[in-house]
Every structure is written in C-alpha cells, then in structure tokens.
Design a protein around this ligand. Structure first.
Ligand SMILES: *[C@@H]1O[C@H](CO)[C@@H](O)[C@H](O)[C@H]1NC(C)=O
Ligand SMILES: *[C@@H]1O[C@H](CO)[C@@H](O)[C@H](O)[C@H]1NC(C)=O
Ligand SMILES: *[C@@H]1O[C@H](CO)[C@@H](O)[C@H](O)[C@H]1NC(C)=O
Length: 495
C-alpha cells in the first residue's frame, strides 16, 4: 500500500518537472551528477537547452552545488565553476575539498528561482579526489559504475598483438632492450595489492610523475588488478617489434607501442580546477567570440620542432590575407632564426580561437594540442602524419577536421575552401566538439587507463611481484581524521 503512495508521489513530482521545463527543454548529463559513484578531481556535468530559440536562457541560470560536513552543522567546502560555451551548452564543474553529505545540485532560473532541471540530492558520503578510498566493487563492476566505454578501437588494435605476456621470460631481455640511458627513459611498473612500485631506466625520468599520478589516482578509487608493464617516458614510440610490449603516449605507423592518453591530456584531466588552467573543459568555455566575430584567418603559434613548421611560415608570408602564423621559439633550427624569425611572443591558447581556422602540425611527434584544438570552436586543419594519439582512429577527415597533406602543398587551397563553405565548416566544428565531449573528457581519460590496465592484467601470465630494485610510489596521505574512508574493503575480504 505505502509502496503505491510513494510511487504516486514520485510520478507526480516527475510530471511536475516535465511540465515546468516544458517551455524550455533542458537536458543535463555527465558524471558530476553522480558524485558519490564517480569520483573525479573536478566533477562536471553539462546543461543543454534543446530549444535553439532560448539562447539567452542559459545565460540566466544559477547553479548551486552545496552539501554539509559530517556533523551536519556547516556547509562542506566546494568550489563551483560555470563555463558557458558558444554552442548552447553550459558546463558546470565543481571540486570538493572535504567529504560532503547531503549534497544538492540545483539549476534554477535567475528571474524567478524556479528549478530548470530535476534537482539532484545525494546522501553521501561524497569523497574528494585525494582521499584514498578505493571502491568495494571489483574492477569490472566499478568500470560499469563509472560508465567507462569498454570498447576502444585503438586499444583493441594495440592489444591484439599481445595476446599473452610472460614477464618472467621477458624481463632480462627488456632491461637490455630499454636500458639505454642516453636515448630513452622508461619505467618498469608493478601494481600489487593496489600498491604502486617502479624502477626507472634512463637519464631523464622526471616524466615518471605523470605515470605515477594516474596510477595513484586510480588506486585511490578502485582496487586495480595486479599488473606489470613498461612505460615509455619519452614522446617517440619505442618498439620496432612485438617482442617487448611498451606503453607509450604516441604511436606511429611503424611501431607497436600500446597507446595511453598522452601525459598532457592525462595531467590536465587530473589537475582540472587545480594546477592546470588549460584543460578539456576550460577550453570549451573560454571563447570570447562567436563565429561571425572571429577573424577569417588560419592561426598558428609554436616552436620550431619540425621543418614543416618553417615551411608553414613561408606559406603564411606568401598569403598574409589567409594566415597569421609565427614561431615562438627557436631551438632545433636556431641557425635559421634570421630567416624565420624574429620569434613572436606567446599568445594565450584561449586567444587562438579568436580565429576561425586552426592548424595542427607535427612537432617532434604528434602535436599534443590536437584535442584542445578540436574542443575550441574553430575549424582544425590537420596535417597527415604517421604519428597518432590514442583517439585518432575514431576521427574521420571532413567529419571532425579538414585533412592537409604532409608537405602542406594543399593548405592554401583548403583554407580557401573553408572560407567558401561556412555551413560545412560549422558542421565539422560541431562534430569535433561533440566528439570531444563524448570521448576526451576527464572521465574518459581516467577510464581509458583503467580499462587498459584491466585488459593487460588478463593477458599477463606471469605472477606479478615486486622486482629487484623497485621502489614503492606512495600516496600523498590526505588528512584521514577529517576525511575518513568509510569503504571498509577489509571486512569484505575477511568473509
Ligand atoms: C537546434 O539546433 C541543432 C543544431 O543546429 C539542430 O540539430 C536541432 O534540430 C535544433 N533543434 C530545434 C528544436 O530546432
Ligand atoms: C643499465 O645501464 C647502466 C648504464 O649502462 C648500467 O650501469 C646499469 O647496470 C644497467 N642496469 C641494469 C639493471 O642492467
Ligand atoms: C596576428 O595575431 C596576433 C595575435 O592575435 C595579433 O596581435 C596580430 O595583430 C596579428 N597580425 C596580423 C597581421 O593580423
């Protein structure tokens, strides 16, 4: 009987909301609406007006995210940031600085304070990202709670070459293959009982902090299966044969490295609302100009890390009406600074999008700015290249970007095409941004690593153990007194 009443009240409330936003249809989605299940450094969700005539409505919303501390006596500390994009979507992100209970998310109208979307109420605890509090759920369940995509075409392709790995057989050979201190920097990682260990080889191993950070981030959230792998700390892919598997940030048509999201996009996902200001969310919400206000030129800034970039300067000089391109630093071709300089001062990445057309040219390898360019509300021209990141296989030329030949011989022609095909161009820009929102957000980056490590563990036949010379990579202990973890996995294990 009481069940019926609850159902009735629920139906009533639900209808009510449909009714109240029947005038303007708002849709909300994103992991930030489930902050108790999906822990991220910055939680985020999207609000979209489905009615295109209500352009201004999204500028007149108030977003409130608040909750209580454990005692229930005061508000818990949360920082909220609302980003308005140029395509009728608002991105809300918020960061917790302590464990919150009774968390509410409300989107209301500035005029009459009416709710615009169904309110979200979460009992808690809702953990900040730095609490070491791995979920009680086994990893496969956790991956589905996080709504991680379990199919990644690049990963499928990479892993197909490594159906079974025995590190006890490989180890000695791998050390010989990869211990070349001058030319490469690599680390051998092991995760065992959710503790991270590593031993690095090479002269410049500072970038190990990026691998450490994602592993520590994951082991705070989930019990990773025991795994062993080698990770490349440099940009160049390293494996010419399938003998020694290597996890790398950049792949190429003639190597067999197993790709992970680059250290750049991974760090900007983990440091969202933290140390990094350019990330895949902020780049969507910092466009100063709408399309018709942008300069109709191709814009590019960067350093001289590839001969093609010098060629671009020649092309730009021959067509000043189409291009605004400059080098910002000379290092690789210092002796040509007279010809291709003087170097121009740095332009904020957000200002790139004051221009309609962006260029993505290889540097030493793939240019890691590509995901940010795709997110930023301009058309991207991408140079053909043998180098790629983890998501390139999912992109289609003419659907997400305009392809340009490696030697740039068709670049002028392509830019002119874009100027004469505004409608097609706007479709490509929209597709690129939709792709980014579906595939390259912080949750996707965390998920890609988790899925990869999980798949790798299934393929590893050798027993994972801490090898000679490995050191423990510790968590930075957050204050457990103020942020206790209530997930008692130990109880589970004793059963
Ligand atoms: C709103 O605009 C988008 C993109 O231009 C279009 O696909 C959609 O059909 C439009 N919706 C309405 C209700 O007009
Ligand atoms: C790695 O190479 C260095 C320098 O060549 C050498 O001193 C060191 O012993 C090697 N490490 C291993 C584990 O073989
Ligand atoms: C090129 O771009 C920079 C940065 O936006 C701007 O200051 C400069 O005036 C532009 N140059 C030309 C010739 O338009």
């Amino acid at each position: 009987m009481s069940g019926h009443i609850i159902l009735f009240i629920f139906t009533l409330t639900f209808n009510c909301f449909l009714f109240s936003f029947g005038v303007q249809n708002f849709k909300t989605w994103g992991p930030g609406l489930k902050p108790d299940l999906i822990i991220l450094p910055a939680r985020y969700f999207f609000i979209q007006s489905e009615d295109n005539s209500t352009d201004g409505v999204l500028n007149n919303i108030i977003v409130r995210v608040n909750g209580l501390d454990k005692s229930g006596n005061r508000n818990c500390r949360i920082w909220t940031n609302v980003l308005h994009t140029t395509d009728n979507i608002v991105i809300v992100r918020y960061k917790l600085y302590e464990v919150c209970y009774s968390l509410n998310i409300d989107v209301i109208s500035k005029q009459d304070h009416s709710s615009l979307t169904p309110p979200v109420h979460i009992k808690g605890p809702v953990y900040p990202d730095d609490v070491v509090c791995p979920s009680k759920e086994p990893i496969d369940k956790w991956l589905s709670l996080y709504e991680c995509k379990n199919h990644n075409p690049q990963m499928t392709k990479d892993l197909a070459k490594f159906p079974s790995i025995d590190y006890d057989k490989l180890h000695a050979g791998a050390v010989i293959a990869f211990n070349h201190s001058a030319s490469m920097s690599v680390c051998n990682y092991v995760v065992i009982n959710n503790q991270v260990y590593r031993r690095c080889y090479g002269q410049h191993t500072g970038f190990k902090m990026f691998m450490d950070n994602i592993l520590l981030s994951l082991t705070r959230k989930v019990h990773l299966p025991d795994i062993e792998f080698w990770s490349n700390l440099g940009d160049w892919p390293l494996t010419q044969s399938v003998q020694y598997p290597m996890f790398s940030w950049c792949g190429s048509d003639d190597t067999y490295d197993i790709l992970m999201p680059t250290y750049d996009i991974t760090e900007s996902s983990l440091e969202n609302m933290g140390r990094v200001s350019l990330d895949m969310l902020s780049v969507q919400g910092n466009n100063q100009h709408r399309w018709h206000q942008k300069h109709s030129k191709a814009f590019w800034r960067g350093r001289d890390s590839n001969r093609d970039r010098l060629n671009l300067i020649d092309i730009g000089r021959a067509h000043p009406d189409l291009f605004n391109v400059s080098l910002t630093n000379f290092f690789f071709f210092k002796n040509e600074e007279d010809k291709y300089g003087p170097k121009q001062k740095h332009v904020s990445f957000f200002e790139f999008f004051d221009y309609k057309y962006q260029l993505n040219l290889d540097g030493t390898v793939a240019a890691y700015r590509f995901p940010y360019l795709l997110a930023g509300d301009s058309l991207v021209f991408k140079q053909d290249s043998k180098y790629y990141e983890h998501f390139y296989t999912q992109l289609r030329p003419w659907e997400h970007y305009v392809p340009v030949k490696k030697d740039l011989s068709d670049l002028v022609h392509r830019v002119k095409w874009a100027m004469e095909h505004e409608d097609e161009v706007k479709d490509i820009v929209r597709n690129a941004r939709a792709f980014v929102r579906d595939n390259l957000m912080p949750r996707d980056i965390v998920c890609y690593h988790a899925v990869l490590f999980n798949e790798w563990s299934k393929r590893t036949k050798s027993k994972v153990r801490v090898r000679d010379g490995m050191e423990l990579v510790p968590q930075k202990q957050s204050d457990l007194a103020t942020n206790p973890c209530e997930n008692s996995r130990t109880v589970h294990e004793e059963l």
